[in-house]
Design a protein around this ligand. Structure first.
Ligand SMILES: C[S@@+](CC[C@H](N)C(=O)[O-])C[C@H]1O[C@@H](n2cnc3c(N)ncnc32)[C@H](O)[C@@H]1O
Length: 210
């Protein structure tokens, strides 16, 4: 109740993202870094907007690159009654602990969490997925590798036929050329759709394998 009067924040040091903050704000628990919301704040609004343009089927096999606090998992379970298999990959050990202890994201026969670099995971996985959410940030930046054609060719190859992806492609990217290479390399084999200014800040790229 106190969080309706003022935010209550706990700071935790993490090896990859620096200090992260778990904040109770207006009755909701958020996960922030110094310069960005990772989960349950603006990400929740961004997902709300994203799901006007894409969808998840109840039994879809879902891959999440960048677990964060598990906002996406809770959202698809709530909005799409998703009950299929979810695989989440997260580089930051402390973030995995926070997802479990602070946000109740537990592994079970439907949810598996890999403590690994997503770049390595995507190169080695033998599985294929119906839906991939690429949401990799260190603080407020997407590391360059996740704009590379090498990475996106791997994403393409692990998507099932008719599989879809959602890429949270960056903050204040307007007029940037960062997505051009991805679009060029996938344009002939996928239906792509870019949306800028989501929640006034974020660029999203949507794709569906034809
Ligand atoms: C915006 S948060 C993800 C939010 C999350 N998708 C959710 O639904 O709550 C970005 C995450 O990417 C993770 N990350 C950064 N670099 C990574 C990498 N190379 N491999 C896997 N995860 C990475 C960060 O530690 C952080 O937890």
């Amino acid at each position: 109740m106190l969080s309706f009067l003022w935010p209550i924040t706990q700071k935790v040091a993490s090896e990859i993202n620096g200090d992260v903050e778990i904040t109770w704000y207006q009755g909701k628990k958020l996960l922030d870094t110094k310069n960005a919301n990772f989960s349950y704040g603006s990400l929740d609004l961004i997902l709300e907007e994203a799901f006007k343009y894409t969808h998840i089927k109840q039994k879809d096999t879902v891959l999440i690159l960048g677990l964060g606090g598990g906002n996406f998992i809770k959202k698809i379970q709530q909005d799409f009654l998703h009950t299929g298999k979810i695989t989440a990959v997260e580089l930051d050990k402390e973030i995995i602990r926070i997802a479990k202890d602070e946000f109740g994201i537990n592994t079970n026969d439907k949810i598996e969490i890999f403590h690994q670099d997503a770049a390595k995971f995507i190169k080695n996985t033998k599985n294929t997925y119906d839906f991939i959410f690429v949401d990799i940030f260190v603080d407020n930046l997407v590391p360059d590798f996740f704009y590379s054609t090498v990475f996106w060719n791997s994403i393409y190859s692990v998507l099932k036929p008719k599989g879809r992806f959602l890429f949270n492609a960056g903050i204040l990217l307007k007029n940037s050329t960062k997505l051009d290479l991805i679009v060029q390399s996938l344009d002939k084999k996928m239906i792509l759709f870019k949306k800028e200014g989501i929640n006034k800040t974020n660029t999203l790229l949507f794709g569906e394998k034809s």
